[in-house]
Ligand binder design. Structure first.
Ligand code: WTA
Length: 567
């Protein structure tokens, strides 16, 4: 397999307009780029208007905005239809007293209504808080309570996972079907749109850190210029593209690159309900002739492990494939190159950064194993412990020069946690460790903290540990990410038991289910190991997750050594 031996896959001539990308590298400025959005002309801004209504006003209302697929169900909506539905939802929200700045949560499966709810909230100036559909009671409660959400849009199934009594700020729960059926006379309010200041809040995504509860990352309306620009240049969305992002809008990739960036660029998107199944995924690409596909390494590895299934589908429509969220193994890039004839373009960013920062632009050389190069207008620094820049090739803290348009506005109600990102003057510190080579390519090494990345999802060990010790049998818990060939890492818990409990398979399963049912399936430990005691720091008695992780890695290495016959 010749391609496996190649260190570099050169860009495929003819697919992209190379001159444009050269110009982008040399002349780009954020200000110029954002001028294409209407607020540059009118001084007025509303992210939902820019995303949908603008296309209707510009005469593109009849273009298909979305195809929805779930099992045998198929639906399509034009931009005009999405606008009208969004307006209807917005009116219903207004009739329930929702005002500018209110936090309104959306807890729905991946349906058009989930996307439309998010837009409706933003259109009337409120702040949208999309929740991942698999969250359980505790996760839902913590998030809505943290920023005092007043309204929740959900459905009659998922509402069962909303512990209403424990969320005192919540005044109204709206069933999405009731919204659909509400009759409202909207003839008189010809302009629903709440025009806001670019610094006004628009979107809040909760994300994990290594300590404490999840943090509410608040983005302001200005973030859409970052979405627009990266949608244009990194996603490479053109008018005849069919675009599919596999992430749910409850995660930042699912909202920014599942909803805003493609629609700001007037793409037709595909929304798929249901769980991962290789056949369904390939079928979707085949049936809708998807041209641009954005997914994550775990998904690609799962597809790769299914082998020949891929041969039953025509995937030749794909022209541009992207990946995000976790390290992308070179093997996966070679697999796609062989099986699909396209390269996978890795991208790096975070919930806090609002949009792409390090990317492989469509027309540029890819170095497998690297996340790519800084987007034009973005400056990367690799810093030492004192915040000094290290020379090329040295591993250090991955930092970005501030500011840029997508950078978060605040961590809801927690200035200290916000300030921690900016502890070195002029830099945003990501918490990742990386190095940058002579050509500017950035190579991810690891996290600088205990955050776990399982299947591209950020999991805070503290949240899982807190849940574990609520179980009557668990005395103490230390949670780490254990290296895993498919998921990158899997959640592993080390626990000590309370007196009177003894280890059994049933007990460990009960503990696992306890976390899964209260928090979320993706956060439940896949492995639980009972220890007599947990390693701790001498002075403060804090559990040493790093030590646990080191043990786990050493054990895996020695297992591998034994398996390979000890040589
Ligand atoms: C990790 C997801 C390696 C990283 C958009 C970062 C990556 C965290 C990559 C943010 C990548 C993201 N290669 N690691 N291409 N992209 N990460 O907030 O550790 O859910 O800090 O945002 O994911 O996760 P978040």
């Amino acid at each position: 397999m010749a391609v496996l031996e190649r260190e570099i896959i050169e860009s495929i001539p003819g697919t992209y307009n190379l001159e444009n990308y050269d110009a982008l590298r040399h002349t780009f400025s954020w200000d110029d780029a954002a001028k294409e959005l209407s607020f540059a002309k009118t001084g007025k801004l509303n992210a939902a208007y820019e995303t949908i209504d603008r296309h209707v006003d510009e005469g593109n209302g009849e273009k298909v905005a979305l195809h929805y697929i779930n099992g045998d169900e198929r639906r399509s909506l034009t931009f005009k239809e999405v606008k009208e539905k969004t307006d209807h939802y917005a009116r219903v929200l207004k009739s329930h007293g929702v005002k500018k700045g209110d936090r309104v949560f959306v807890f729905l499966p991946k349906t058009p209504e989930c996307y439309i709810s998010i837009l409706a909230i933003i259109k009337i100036g409120a702040i949208a808080g999309p929740l991942f559909e698999a969250f359980m009671e505790e996760a839902v409660k913590d998030r809505i309570n943290d920023c005092k959400g007043t309204v929740l849009i959900t459905d009659n199934e998922m509402v069962k996972r909303v512990p209403q009594k424990e969320i005192s700020s919540l005044q109204t729960i709206l069933d999405v079907e009731d919204i659909e059926n509400t009759i409202i006379d909207g003839k008189n309010d010809c302009d629903l749109v709440e025009w806001v200041d670019p610094e006004d809040g628009m979107l809040i995504h909760y994300t994990s850190g290594s300590t404490g509860k999840p943090k509410g990352v608040l983005h302001a309306h200005r973030v859409v210029s970052h979405h627009y620009v990266s949608g244009k240049w990194v996603l490479d969305v053109k008018d005849d593209d069919v675009y599919w992002c596999t992430s749910h809008p409850g995660w930042v990739t699912g909202s920014v690159y599942g909803l805003f960036a493609p629609w700001l660029n007037r793409a037709t998107i595909v929304i798929q309900g249901g769980r991962f199944k290789a056949e369904n995924w390939y079928q979707l690409i085949h049936e809708f002739k998807v041209t641009i596909w954005y997914s994550a390494p775990t998904a690609f590895r799962m597809l790769l492990s299914q082998g020949d299934v891929i041969k039953n589908y025509d995937l030749s429509s794909l022209r541009h494939v992207l990946s995000v969220g976790e390290p992308l193994n070179p093997e996966v890039i070679y697999w796609a190159w062989e099986q699909l004839g396209v390269r996978i373009h890795d991208t790096w960013w975070m919930t806090e950064t609002g949009g792409h920062l390090i990317v492989n632009l469509p027309a540029e050389t890819i170095k497998p194993g690297s996340m790519g190069r800084p987007f034009p207008g973005i400056t990367v620094g690799i810093l030492d412990e004192d915040g000094q820049e290290l020379p090329r090739g040295s591993v250090g803290q991955l930092a970005i020069r501030t500011p840029w348009p997508g950078l978060m506005k605040e961590i809801w109600g927690n200035k200290d946690r916000f300030d921690a990102y900016f502890r070195y003057e002029g830099w945003y510190v990501s918490g990742d460790l990386a190095y940058q080579d002579e050509d500017g390519y950035v190579f991810f090494q690891s996290r600088d903290d205990d955050m776990i990345n399982s299947a591209g999802e950020r999991i805070g060990p503290f949240e899982v540990e807190s849940k574990l010790i609520e179980h009557p049998a668990v005395a103490e818990a230390g949670v780490i990410g254990k290296p895993d060939p498919i998921r990158g890492e899997l959640v592993k818990a080390f626990i000590t038991l309370r007196p009177g409990f003894s280890e059994s398979k049933e007990l460990l399963e009960e503990i696992r289910v306890f976390v899964r049912n209260n928090l979320a399936a993706h956060a439940a430990p896949r492995e639980i190991e009972v220890l007599k005691e947990l390693p701790k720091t001498v002075i403060s008695g804090k559990i040493l997750r790093r030590q646990l992780k080191e043990w786990e890695i050493q054990r895996a290495e020695s297992d591998r050594f034994m398996r390979n016959g000890g040589n």
